[in-house]
Design a protein around this ligand. Structure first.
Ligand code: CUA
Length: 153
């Protein structure tokens, strides 16, 4: 008698195929559309101190910390053409981190650091909004990336 019956085997093969397809799609999108796939990086307390680090004239790191009901830093000033690594964490509950104009969609989770990289080629004010319900102040939870002055060449 087989340990797993035929139906079970079929289901396992089918779900394996679905997972493989999903993984393939993500990698395909990453390559073809150059979309940056957010990643979860090892937890490090250093990332939970809100700040903006300037690495050079066009490369920045933002340690974004979400908490009820604000993001810190709440205003991020960078020059046009900057590439920004966002390291996201939460001080309390689960929050969202959405930059609609840049297709950024991340979760801020206590005890976790999520990272994504965004390039800001055009000047403007990019709204960061919390898109995960987190309590009574949820709808006011936002921050801004202000891209308003040119890089020197
Ligand atoms: Cu934070 Cu909704």
């Amino acid at each position: 008698m087989a340990l797993i019956d035929k139906t079970e085997k079929r289901i396992m093969i089918a779900s394996g195929a679905v997972m493989a397809l999903f993984l393939f799609s993500v990698l395909y999108a990453k390559g073809k559309y150059k979309s940056d796939v957010p990643e979860c990086i090892p937890y490090n307390k250093a990332y939970t101190e809100p700040r903006v680090n300037k690495l050079d004239d066009s490369t920045y790191q933002v340690f974004a910390v979400a908490q009820m009901w604000q993001f810190q830093p709440s205003e991020i000033y960078i020059p046009v053409g900057s590439e920004v690594d966002f390291f996201l964490s939460s001080k309390d509950v689960v929050h969202g981190f959405n930059i609609a104009e840049k297709n950024v969609n991340m979760m801020a989770v206590y005890g976790n650091i999520n990272k994504t990289t965004v390039k800001f080629e055009k000047p403007g004010v990019y709204k960061i909004t919390c898109h995960e319900y987190c309590g009574t102040g949820h709808q006011n939870m936002q921050a801004e990336v202000i891209v308003n002055y040119p890089t020197r060449h």
